[in-house]
Design a protein around this ligand. Structure first.
Ligand code: ATP
Length: 350
């Protein structure tokens, strides 16, 4: 049995169902991420596990124990919030020690445990400082140390990096991942940032409108999405227009599946100049460049074709691969790059 299981979780607010039967299981030491757009129920699920709100129906078991029967402060769960929630008038040390107060830990142990937690987040040198003078990244490290110092059975993190700038967000997410692996505490992490989820997680649970769309490793979620929602939410997706051009392309690729939606990721397409030889496993669709977006490491080229407008991602645009609006090109499609979905947006095998 998994370490943490939520089974058939329903949360009904007055007039609004925020969770509509969600089930997850998290293993010991696992980094498990809830990913989805604003309002999909991520925070509601996290708060139900923490005990800040109770499920309307459903069960939550931690290590075989019924969590719903235990009040929040007795669940031994560490929590890190978006807004740091540090006490400005307490030193870094006292902020971290705060979590140990109600647990009546002897003073000498408080010292060692706080020192260990501060070391884990690289703040040992700043123990006596007041957090007010510290950066957002440092304040969030205090939050993390405070959550970890109680040796929690579970660590919950609700968008902990949202208030930080892009560069620091990437730095700190790497650190969080390293610390989590070192301390080996099962962690549930909430984010709406797909790249962050892919970078940090052992498994990702993609949610939409109070239900679960798919649970899988980052590679599964990105490379093998089971619904159109997941394919669209995680990564960029081209949807081919239902035209004669699409029908011809599918026939040329030998794809005879009946599907409501045909899609392909920009990086699975490539471009050839008009008249250039075409690799044997590709099918070329002629088109005209309508937009070129330079992104540094890569570029996105928007091409109008008979199967609709598609974005093609090209590598190393700094080194001569620039296309200009009006250029005649061929978009190269491969059989294995296409993903098909039925009318209910469920993935179809090809
Ligand atoms: P965000 O990323 O914006 O925090 P989320 O996925 O975490 O989104 P939740 O905070 O779980 O979403 O909210 C899910 C839905 O439940 C939202 O539509 C929200 O408005 C609604 N909701 C949350 N709390 C209550 C409440 N106390 N009463 C009524 N509706 C609520």
């Amino acid at each position: 049995m998994a370490y943490l299981t939520v089974k058939d979780g329903v949360k009904q607010f007055t007039g609004f169902r925020a969770l509509n039967g969600v089930s997850i299981s998290v293993e010991r030491g696992e980094f498990f991420t809830l990913l989805g757009p604003s309002g999909c129920g991520k925070t509601t699920l996290l708060r139900a596990i923490a005990g800040f709100n109770d499920l309307t129906t459903g069960s939550i078991l931690l290590d075989g124990q019924d969590l719903r029967a235990i009040p929040p402060h007795k669940r031994d769960i560490g929590m890190v919030f978006q807004d740091y929630a540090v006490f400005p008038h307490l030193s870094v040390f006292d902020n971290v020690a705060f979590g140990l107060k109600p647990r009546k830990v002897p003073a000498d142990q408080v010292k060692t445990r706080v020192a260990e937690a501060l070391k884990a987040v690289h703040l040992e040198a700043l123990a006596e400082r007041l957090p007010a003078a510290m950066s957002g990244g440092q304040q969030q490290r205090i939050g993390l140390a405070r959550a970890m110092v109680i040796n929690p059975r579970l660590l919950l993190m609700d968008e902990p990096l949202s208030n930080l700038d892009a560069k620091l967000r990437i730095e700190l997410r790497e650190e969080i991942r390293d610390i989590q692996k070192r301390v080996d505490i099962a962690t549930i992490y909430v984010t709406h940032d797909q790249e962050e989820a892919l970078a940090i997680s052992d498994r990702i649970c993609v949610m939409s409108a109070g239900h679960i769309e798919q649970i899988g490793t980052p590679q599964d979620i990105y490379g093998n999405p089971q619904t159109l929602f997941v394919a669209n939410f995680v990564g960029t997706l081209n949807t081919l227009k239902d035209t004669e051009g699409r029908a011809k392309l599918l026939a040329d690729l030998g794809l005879h599946t009946k599907a409501a939606h045909w899609t392909v990721r920009p990086e699975r397409l490539s471009l050839a100049k008009a008249g250039e030889p075409i690799p044997s496993r590709s099918v070329a669709v002629p088109g005209t460049v309508s937009k070129f977006t330079y992104l540094g490491r890569e570029a996105h080229v928007l091409v109008e074709t008979a199967a609709g407008a598609v974005v093609v991602q090209i590598a190393n645009p700094a080194y001569g691969a620039v296309r200009n609006p009006g250029d005649e090109v061929s978009v190269l499609f491969e059989h294995s790059a296409l993903m098909a979905f039925d009318a209910d947006s469920k993935r179809l095998p090809l």
